[in-house]
Design a protein around this ligand. Structure first.
Ligand SMILES: N[C@@H](CCC(=O)N[C@@H](CS)C(=O)NCC(=O)O)C(=O)O
Length: 295
């Protein structure tokens, strides 16, 4: 199975792009985490040199692909029916153009506003460079939507790799309270509500330390996306289920949600579910089945 090397769920914007390219299209992979609090990424990945950044995908044939745009293209070639790029040639060309521009640009926004999925700020002052990046984003997003006659929330028709590339940009606009027009705001909101993004963020809320070098000296405000439904870890069962909804393995860790106790096979599985229960389809299916059984 493809091994996908990822950095921190809360802070690694390129890792989020790489992960979405797999998760959004249900392409199987095994996660290999690099710890941003444990020295240089390149050192932790020395076995894969010259790769030195995350995400890096190692395919079954040994190909090491360490640029997120190349991961998108490789996945599209290796899974031609998946729909990673739009099927319509014109929409595909536009999606590729947008993803490439994202990959190469928006440096003012990227350096002033590092992705941080653990908090949101008020009072952040956007520099002229950041504002210019925002105007450019609005221009190319509007162009894509018009040229592709996109009817849903995404840029080029159905969700494509171009949208995966802009997911971390959307979070920056939301969490730094950056000013954009209504169409761009709706696009940002679609990303924040996307279940795949919510799963990634749920993992970011519970895995790893707070990394102070990503913090900005601004007042914090509430998370700008959908509020997760409340759930919390508990010490003991019994749980309504014997096997973990994530893995099928026997339950060892417990979570209370909506008045019932559910079991999981490890603390991470439980905690990421507690962080945003509705983002995890297998868990919500278990909740629905349990509800039916008790009716
Ligand atoms: N061009 C690369 C950029 C990847 C990148 O810069 N990843 C960051 C994490 S978000 C990283 O690994 N940084 C570690 C370092 O530069 O040492 C891509 O498209 O994947």
């Amino acid at each position: 199975m493809t091994q996908l090397y990822l950095g921190d769920y809360a802070y690694s914007s390129w890792s989020l792009r790489g992960w979405l390219l797999f998760d959004r299209w249900n392409i199987p992979f095994a996660t290999k985490m690099v710890d941003f609090n444990d020295g240089a990424v390149a050192d932790q990945m020395s076995a894969l040199a010259p790769a030195r950044t995350v995400p890096t995908a190692v395919f079954d044939d040994g190909a090491v692909v360490s640029e997120s745009l190349a991961i998108a293209e490789e996945l599209a070639s290796r899974h031609p029916g998946a729909g990673i790029w739009p099927t319509d040639p014109k929409a595909r060309a536009i999606a590729r153009t947008l993803a490439s521009e994202m990959h190469a640009g928006f440096t003012a926004l990227r350096s002033a506003c590092p992705m941080n999925l653990r908090c949101a700020y008020t009072g952040f002052e956007a520099s002229d460079g950041v504002q210019a990046d925002l105007r450019r984003l609005e221009t190319i997003w509007d162009h894509a939507r018009r040229a592709c006659a996109a009817e849903g929330p995404w840029l080029c028709g159905p969700y494509s790799a171009a949208d995966a590339f802009f997911a971390p940009v959307a979070t920056r606009i939301a969490t730094y309270g950056l000013s954009v027009g209504a169409a761009a705001r709706a696009y940002v909101d679609a990303h924040l509500a996307d279940p795949a993004f919510r799963r990634w963020r749920a993992m970011g809320l519970v895995h790893g330390d707070d990394l102070p070098w990503y913090a900005r000296p601004c007042e914090q405000t509430a998370w700008p996306g959908p509020a997760p439904r409340p759930a919390g870890a508990v010490d003991h069962g019994p749980a309504v289920n014997d096997s973990c909804p994530c893995s099928g393995r026997p339950v060892t860790h417990f979570l209370e949600f909506d008045g019932r106790i559910y079991g999981f096979c490890n603390a991470f599985c439980r905690d990421r579910t507690a962080a945003d229960p509705e983002a995890w389809p297998a868990f919500m299916a278990l909740v629905a089945d349990t509800g039916k059984a008790h009716r």
